[in-house]
Ligand binder design. Structure first.
Ligand code: ZN
Length: 495
């Protein structure tokens, strides 16, 4: 609906004729949701992997007209879901022009608007507010005050207008009243001081707010939504029980359940289509898979947001782009080696436990990549016989391969390794792969063998035969490939 009414009189006619809906925010959101559900529309475009878990629960909360909270670890699209709620609001609503709390012209709350209506009557001009302006978001921090959230008196306003301090016109509205007739979102709710949470509880309980020092109560119309990270509960704060009790639905978010979902999210969010003009960037599937697998591996240690694989893929593409710029190649195909070169996008995005602190973030990151490569490699080469390649190294062959090598140079250095090029070819997307694509596939085979400990490699990219164990561990056959790389080099073999 495009807004039409320009005066209070016109608005009244439109409302009476049913052309403009008047209802609470929760009813409005519910009605529009029902319309979308009937039409079979995608409710939250761009939210991937929640169709059978989070989305149905959010729908139920809205149908129930609940205030709700999303509980989940970092980077689980909590804020994105909350922001997407604006798509369930009417596109435009009528407001009194200039009102800080977006008063309904047909029943204004604030003294200023009531005064205007008295003065202008049915000729009062109407303004229309777009739904994008009806969402207020606040990141909770311990220093947020009642004045920020609810409001207080504004002595300057009072002095300018030479009003009594208790006059309503001297009120300074906080974020909650300013979100009136819209959605108010608080992120990281446990970080909010207990007494502010009590203030919120009162709003949810009473359905109105009272600003300290004023006799009036404002019956606000709001949908209140929250997010919290359960990891922070004990570390930094908590949600007070009465407030929890007033939040209708508590919905748990989660990390992508499958590598496919995760890759879809990263594909959507990462900046991989570069504008370097002359360089064509082609990211192989196995590179995307390893990038995702690094995040999955890291999550076995701590909460790691989807921002890790997103930043990682961006840095991987950049490293390939940088190589192409240096070597003058027109196609950049990222390699596994580029993932190792992109460690700055990994460290800092996970918490190091004590053991990790001792190893150092870089080494932990290298282990994560290696473990990721091992898993992905296993998927691409489940039964491949790469003995020819490992034998070449066992017979004393060595290779120096690093991320700066041009594709032709990489191909020529590896040309003599029996079986290597043949093993790499089938994983290239094209039958007759370009040099950069084949170079990347060869790099994948070498890194895969290294990840599986069939050959060894130094940090500088010197490949040689695998280390011969000083004495054969007795039950090494019981160790899965998944165990091997995860635990790193210092794994003790227990009987
Ligand atoms: Zn007003």
């Amino acid at each position: 609906m495009t807004p039409r009414a320009k005066t209070l009189a016109e608005l009244r006619t439109d409302v009476e004729a049913g052309r403009v809906a008047r209802r609470s925010v929760k009813s409005e959101v519910r009605d529009n949701l029902i319309t979308k559900l009937r039409a079979g529309e995608t409710l939250f475009p761009g939210i991937i992997g929640y169709d059978d878990s989070v989305v149905p629960q959010v729908v139920n909360a809205i149908l129930s007209r609940h205030n709700f909270i999303l509980l989940g670890l970092r980077g689980q699209a909590k804020t994105r879901i909350l922001r997407a709620l604006t798509t369930l609001l009417d596109e435009w609503i009528p407001v009194v022009p200039g009102c800080e709390i977006h008063d309904d012209p047909l029943s204004p709350l604030c003294a200023g608007c009531r005064k205007l209506v008295r003065a202008d009557g049915e000729g009062l001009p109407i303004e229309w507010l777009h739904r994008d302006q009806r969402y207020v978001e606040k990141l909770a921090t311990p220093d947020v005050t009642i004045a920020d959230i609810i409001g207080d008196l504004d002595p300057i306003k009072a002095a300018r207008a030479s009003l009594e301090l208790s006059d309503e016109m001297t009120m300074h509205y906080g974020l909650v009243p300013r979100a009136n007739r819209g959605i108010f979102a608080i992120n990281e709710l446990p970080d909010l001081a207990g007494k502010i949470q009590v203030g919120l509880f009162n709003i949810l309980q009473e359905g109105d707010v009272q600003i300290k020092g004023y006799p009036v109560r404002l019956p606000l119309d709001l949908l209140m939504v929250f997010s919290a990270n359960p990891e922070d509960y004990t570390a930094r704060g908590k949600i007070i029980t009465p407030l929890k009790d007033r939040i209708g639905s508590e919905i748990r978010t989660h990390y992508p359940a499958s590598r496919q979902h995760a890759m879809q999210i990263t594909r959507q969010e990462a900046w991989a289509q570069r504008d370097s003009g002359k360089i064509d960037v082609q990211v192989p599937e196995y590179v995307r898979e390893v990038v995702e697998e690094v995040a999955f591996q890291a999550r076995q240690r701590s909460g790691v947001s989807q921002r890790l694989p997103i930043s990682l893929l961006e840095n991987v593409v950049s490293n390939a782009e940088r190589r192409a710029l240096a070597t003058g190649e027109s196609t950049a195909v990222p390699r596994i080696t580029d993932i190792y070169a992109a460690i700055p996008a990994i460290t800092g995005k996970f918490e190091l436990e004590y053991e990790g602190e001792l190893k150092g973030a870089d080494n932990v990151a290298r282990e994560l990549i290696r473990a990721g490569v091992a898993n992905v490699f296993e998927g691409h080469f489940p039964n491949a016989d790469l003995r020819q390649v490992t034998e070449w190294f066992d017979l004393g062959g060595t290779l120096q391969i690093d991320d700066t090598l041009s594709s032709p140079e990489l191909l020529s250095r590896t040309d003599g390794v029996q079986g290597l090029h043949d093993a790499a070819r089938p994983i290239c997307p094209a039958k007759r792969p370009s040099d950069p694509a084949l170079a990347s596939a060869i790099d994948f085979v070498l890194e895969g063998l290294y990840a599986q400990r069939k050959i060894s490699r130094s940090v500088e990219g010197h490949f040689q035969a695998g280390e011969q164990p000083k004495r054969a561990p007795r039950n090494v056959d019981q160790l899965t490939e998944r165990d091997l790389p995860l635990r790193g080099d210092k794994k003790k073999y227990y009987n």
